[in-house]
Design a protein. Structure first.
Length: 261
């Protein structure tokens, strides 16, 4: 599979695969051992397109929020359905502005259908390529491509990453799996915006850790992306609820620091 075709791959969506995904989700590898005392919201971007690094970051910067960019290095510099993908300059600019760069495999691997050895090797290639591209800061976060993993694979990442994000909807309280955190997808549909908005409003009443993820941010987004107006609405809503709009690493540190205090 070439770099330009990485995003065109479709994982197994059969009934059996859906059942396996649900079972995998409920087999916790590393539970969050404390309950968040405040609400932390992480706006994150997968793969990641230049529009997320530019327009997405501008929208976050408007409210002094910090986001996370999960970089699939095999897609760097390519141009496809989501538009142009990130390059070295984006890594430098985002890091300099306080945003977080995270891992997302080198080849956008379907981790549910690959061996543990192949997954770990692909992740190491991803991390090595980020360093080659000039990103020398520690990479402590990861997101499963397509949200796909296996119960037996999740423990293998415990010593590599502080937290790993999935794509199944929900918030993350005490007991949430740090190796497959829940998240709300934001795409081009109004329904996805309303789901995320409802989750953000509910989080204002009950301290939790919440993720919102998307891909490109443009006026005519891909099926996996969103518009600037939709993203701006959710970012401002999150700010107005009083939530902390932080990176995943900042959320992990804050949740455990608050507990110790």
């Amino acid at each position: 599979m070439t770099a330009t075709a990485l995003s065109d791959y479709v994982p197994d969506r059969s009934l059996g695969a859906k059942i396996r995904r649900r079972l995998t989700r409920w087999q916790t590898a590393k539970p969050l051992s404390v309950a968040p005392r405040e609400t932390y919201i992480c706006f994150t971007f997968d793969d990641f397109p230049k529009s997320a690094a530019e327009t997405g970051a501008e929208i976050l910067d408007e409210v002094d929020a910090k986001g996370c960019y999960y970089a699939c290095t095999g897609m760097a510099g390519t141009n496809g359905t989501m538009g142009k993908l990130f390059d070295e300059r984006d890594l430098t600019a985002l890091t300099g502005a306080g945003h977080e760069i995270a891992a997302h495999t080198q080849s956008h691997l379907d981790c549910a259908r690959a061996s543990t050895e192949d997954v770990l090797a692909d992740i190491e290639a991803n991390l090595a390529r980020l360093k080659e591209m000039g990103h020398t800061a520690p990479v402590t976060q990861f997101a499963w491509p397509y949200g796909e993993t296996r119960a037996a694979l999740k423990p293998a990442l415990i010593d590599r990453f502080a937290a790993v994000r999935g794509i199944l909807p929900g918030t993350n309280g005490k007991g949430a799996d740090l190796m497959q955190l829940s998240a709300y997808e934001l795409d081009q549909t109004e329904a996805s915006v309303e789901r995320a908005a409802a989750a953000i409003q509910a989080a204002a009443l009950n301290p939790t850790w919440l993720f919102v993820f998307t891909h490109d941010v443009s006026e005519i987004p891909s099926p996996w992306g969103t518009t600037p107006a939709h993203l701006r609405r959710l970012v401002r809503l999150a700010r107005d609820t009083g939530a902390k709009l932080v990176t995943p690493s900042q959320a992990v540190q804050a949740i455990y620091t608050k507990d110790e205090a």
